[in-house]
Design a protein around this ligand. Structure first.
Ligand SMILES: C[S@@+](CC[C@H](N)C(=O)[O-])C[C@H]1O[C@@H](n2cnc3c(N)ncnc32)[C@H](O)[C@@H]1O
Length: 247
């Protein structure tokens, strides 16, 4: 089973770092505000952040009242930044793949994951492992690349007019689930496409109660100021889901 660690590839790592240093990156403008809008009261809660990257969210979870945050990531390079820039006595960083969550014996009140689960082939196993890691009544909240984005086998995403404006999205192969090899910073980045119904069915068949879903778009002001963000009118880039383990 594929378990790619692309963030430890130096060329990818450098390119990703550059991309994230742009204050107008979609992660900061669109995805993170949506993710944080789903987070329950974290006071006195233990949190696991899956695919924590630089650990920026881990620090924010502590600021929101969490007592203990564990940040897990497959990439030693990402965790090196986390440990250098976002280290706190109540944050523990673990270098581990989320395919091995079943090896963790501790339980958590909230499991969060920002833009990482689409790197995993076996979503059913991941969801079952997360269910087992949660205390009763605990939440799993995650964002991922939207299935309308992961669907395509080619990267011919948009049809444009003569002014180079996007006029519609070229949705193809939505029903064909599985591996997608894309060029993003470097060639050969592996992601997995699942339909929305597959994702929801994995969550509900594991016992989770679906509480909320979001497909966020930027504010009108942002779209006016930065016209490239108008593409969200046609297609969301992110899917966010909040589920609860019943009491
Ligand atoms: C797009 S980055 C997001 C980082 C962070 N969550 C954020 O929002 O800033 C995806 C992260 O998922 C991690 N990742 C990818 N596959 C993983 C796996 N199998 N297990 C754990 N982490 C993984 C990557 O190393 C990377 O740090």
């Amino acid at each position: 089973m594929s378990n790619q660690n692309i963030y430890d590839n130096q060329e990818f790592f450098d390119g990703y770092k550059k991309l994230r240093s742009n204050p107008l990156v979609a992660n900061d403008v669109v995805e993170k505000p949506a993710l944080f809008s789903l987070i329950p009261d974290l006071h006195d809660k233990s949190v696991l952040d899956i695919g924590c990257g630089y650990g920026e969210n881990c620090v924010q979870f502590l600021e929101l009242g969490a007592t203990m945050v564990t940040g897990l990531d497959i990439s030693a390079k990402m965790l090196e930044i986390a440990k250098n820039e976002n280290s706190c006595p109540n944050i523990l960083y673990i270098n581990k793949s989320m395919t091995d969550l079943n090896e963790i014996t501790e339980k958590f009140d909230v499991v969060l994951s920002s833009l990482a689960v689409h790197y995993i082939e076996d979503f059913d196993k991941l969801v079952k492992d997360i269910y087992n890691l949660l205390n009763q009544g605990g939440y799993f909240i995650f964002s991922q690349e939207h299935p309308l984005t992961t669907a395509l086998l080619t990267q011919d995403y948009w049809t444009r007019n003569s002014e180079n404006e996007r006029i519609h999205y070229n949705l193809t192969t939505y029903a064909l689930e599985g591996e997608r090899k894309v060029t993003w910073i470097v060639d050969g980045v592996i992601k997995y496409h699942r339909t929305i119904s597959s994702i929801i069915n994995s969550l509900s068949s594991s016992g989770f109660i679906i509480e909320q879903m979001l497909e966020p778009i930027p504010s009108t002001d942002i779209m006016k100021q930065y016209p490239s963000y108008k593409k969200y009118i046609h297609k969301p880039d992110f899917l966010l889901i909040k589920v609860r383990k019943s009491n």
